[in-house]
Design a protein around this ligand. Structure first.
Ligand SMILES: *Cc1c(COP(=O)(O)O)cnc(C)c1O
Length: 354
């Protein structure tokens, strides 16, 4: 007899990318930002530290929501902050999905959605993307129509492509919500800011955002949802009262205020990304035209795992990923766009490895 809930007993659990604790690695496996956060973040955290840590943080995150709402040009009651956008995804699942209801997501994409569905006891339906990463339109519409939540990372991970807005609007569930996971939205050539929410579909769409990637704050754990106040109202009942702490609130608010810093870093990353894609193609890889801070690449010889291991021996960490498809297996390497020097190292190593 197991003490665990059946769901928990049966599930495998999510495996995050490796986080080596010693230095000396070129770490290009978990899409962190290679550049430091805005200097105002340190200042704000310092100030918060000297303030009153003995009292609870503002459960409504008033100051953060004010800054975020100005940035996205919505009212503050459209914003709900969380302990990373992963927490927002958990809150969404607990707010909208009954056990045995259906949750869906494109595949391959972010594997956490399935884990969260399992924990909730929901059914999970993968929508297998086409080899060019486009939607299988008829299947997708059929599954979306039956879903309580359809999670869509846009741009997608691990592929890095972005879908046209029209494709996504067509997928809004009949009796459910479309969650647009915009973890990488700031890295697009044409960055987006919740346009779809304002285009009149507000009550069926939730946008999630993170400070982990474009704002260089993965260590702080901060993300937020942007959605119609009616949806936020339900989500607020589900979240822990104090899900964001005094220090992370100070850091996130300061980071969001310094748009110039974020823009400068994402611009640098876009330039490096362009070079990485070109160089990978020169080496014979197929690389997706990424709209994110990582590049998905495959080689016609299929020896991705070997290359991953060889890179690792050289203390260069990239993400080797493998997905079971209906007609076999898809694997490849997902390489985070680091600094120019890091990218030079990984490209040189790949050239050497062959
Ligand atoms: C990184 C990532 C997240 C998680 O963001 P956190 O705010 O660090 O929890 C969510 N979705 C996707 C697709 C991601 O790649």
């Amino acid at each position: 007899m197991s003490l665990f809930r059946t769901q928990v007993q049966q599930m495998e659990g999510y495996t995050p990318g490796e986080q080596p604790q010693e230095s000396g690695w070129v770490k290009l496996n978990t899409n962190e930002n290679a550049y430091p956060p805005s200097p105002y973040v340190k200042e704000a955290v310092q100030k918060a530290l000297e303030g009153r840590l003995n009292i609870y943080p503002d459960p409504l995150a008033t100051e953060f929501r004010k800054v975020a709402s100005e940035l996205f040009q919505v009212d503050p009651d459209w914003i709900l902050p969380g302990n990373g956008s992963d927490e927002i995804l958990t809150i969404l699942m607990r707010t909208f999905v009954e056990p045995n209801e259906m949750v869906s997501a494109p595949y391959p994409s972010y594997t956490l959605y399935e884990t969260l569905a399992e924990i909730q006891g929901a059914r999970f339906q993968k929508i297998q993307l086409q080899p060019d990463w486009n939607w299988p339109v008829a299947d997708a519409l059929e599954v979306a129509a039956r879903s309580k939540i359809l999670f869509v990372p846009n741009p997608n991970a691990p592929s890095g492509n972005r879908w046209p807005d029209e494709d996504l609007l067509a997928l809004i569930p009949t009796e459910g919500v479309l969650v647009l996971d915009e973890a990488y939205g700031d890295f697009c050539d044409r960055p987006h800011r919740c346009e779809l929410l304002k285009a009149g579909f507000g009550e069926k769409i939730v946008v999630t955002r993170t400070l982990s990637k474009s704002y260089s704050l993965a260590g702080i754990r901060f993300g937020f949802a942007v959605a119609h106040p009616e949806l936020i109202r339900g989500m607020r009942k589900v979240k822990d009262s104090y899900n964001c702490n005094t220090l992370s609130l100070a850091a996130a608010t300061a980071a969001l205020k310094d748009q110039d810093w974020m823009q400068a870093n994402t611009n640098r990353i876009r330039t490096t990304r362009h070079q990485l894609i070109e160089q990978l193609r020169d080496l014979g890889f197929e690389a997706v035209d990424s709209q994110t801070n990582f590049v998905w690449c495959t080689h016609p010889d299929g020896e991705h795992e070997r290359r991953y291991q060889e890179l690792k021996r050289r203390k260069i960490l990239v993400r080797y990923m493998k997905f079971s498809l209906e007609e076999g297996v898809l694997d490849g390497l997902r390489i985070t766009v680091g600094t120019d020097e890091e990218i030079e190292q990984v490209v040189d190593a790949l050239r050497e490895i062959g």
